[in-house]
Design a binder for this molecule. Structure first.
Ligand SMILES: Nc1ncnc2c1ncn2[C@@H]1O[C@H](COP(=O)(O)OP(=O)(O)OP(=O)(O)O)[C@@H](O)[C@H]1O
Ligand SMILES: [Mg+2]
Ligand SMILES: [Zn+2]
Length: 286
């Protein structure tokens, strides 16, 4: 349907972004709602939320189990208190339990309620972008790539640990995380890797990201475990009871080592090999 240009002009402010108001008998102008909506829309567009997660907010997050209830309550508190928050979040759990969904829900709310400059990055994508401007001879990366990530008021770093650690990866992630920590900027991380202090376990967070990064994360985040069903395999309109039953089945299978719910060393290795394949000529600086 054709919409005429005239019909799109806001009637409250005639398209100027300012509307007349009156307080204590004095006539003034104030920002129109349409201007606020435009600013919010731009902030969302700049936030890089993947299309698959654009619909995610707190209202459509199902908290059918104890750990999900706890995580949702803590995430809601962070979103409502932002920017007056001390710590970000580290959301850990098996695939499909809703970690990325919850992280995006927080991001949405901080953008809407406080006009924050927020950014979403899959950790592996971020490293790929940084790598594309990395000069291994002088060991520098263009600041244009790093700056928005370090400066964003609120950052989601999704799937931490998915990238096999190396000196270069550690250096780069430590730089980002340290800078944000020093500037007291809030970050929400998600990860499949449990925080067990065992560096010999190739499935531990420690093994994937290194001592320094793990230690920093504990200072800057509250750690939350999410346990539940892999929602990707849940039938549409599943009841809470059905989701709990699926979660129990997944846990039992994991305990028996059948179709483990975590990335097994073999799976993690395969993911690393696949990532290597995307890097003709090897990884810069590794
Ligand atoms: N508790 C939930 N309530 C509503 N939707 C959910 C929930 N958990 C997962 N989903 C939906 O299922 C899909 C997968 O969830 P999501 O990507 O957040 O899982 P994840 O824990 O980040 O998994 P992965 O470890 O594989 O990254 C998304 O479409 C998400 O909206
Ligand atoms: Mg995820
Ligand atoms: Zn207007």
């Amino acid at each position: 349907m054709m919409v005429s240009c005239r019909a799109m002009i806001c009637p409250a402010c005639d398209g100027t972004g300012w509307k007349p108001s009156e307080r204590d008998g004095v006539r003034r102008v104030e920002r129109c709602d349409c201007w606020r909506d435009q600013v919010t829309a731009r902030l969302f567009a700049d936030a890089r939320i993947p299309r698959r997660y654009q619909h995610c907010d707190f209202s459509n997050f199902r908290d059918y189990g104890e750990s999900l209830k706890r995580a949702k309550a803590r995430a809601t508190k962070l979103a409502e208190s932002f920017p007056a928050v001390d710590k970000g979040l580290f959301l850990e759990g098996p695939p499909g339990v809703g970690k990325t969904h919850l992280a995006v829900a927080v991001l949405r709310q901080v953008v809407v309620s406080s006009g924050a400059h927020a950014l979403f990055y899959d950790t592996r994508d971020l490293l790929r972008v940084i790598r594309s401007t990395y000069d291994p001879v002088v060991r520098t990366t263009e600041l244009e790539v790093l700056r928005p990530v370090m400066k964003a008021d609120f950052l989601v770093l999704d799937d931490l640990g998915a990238e096999k650690t190396s000196e270069w990866v550690e250096e780069t992630l430590n730089l980002i995380v340290n800078t944000r920590y020093n500037e007291r900027r809030t970050t929400v991380f998600t990860s499949n890797y449990p925080d067990i202090p065992d560096e010999t376990d190739t499935n531990s967070l420690l093994c994937r990201i290194g001592f320094r990064m793990r230690s920093r994360l504990h200072e800057m985040c509250d750690f939350l475990e999410l346990r539940g069903a892999d929602f990707r395999f849940a039938p549409a309109n599943a009841t809470d009871k059905e989701l709990l039953a699926l979660a129990d089945m997944a846990r039992d299978r994991g305990a028996r080592g059948v179709g483990a719910v975590r990335p097994t060393p073999a799976r993690a290795q395969l993911r690393d090999q696949q990532a290597d394949l995307k890097w003709p000529g090897g990884r810069a600086g590794t």
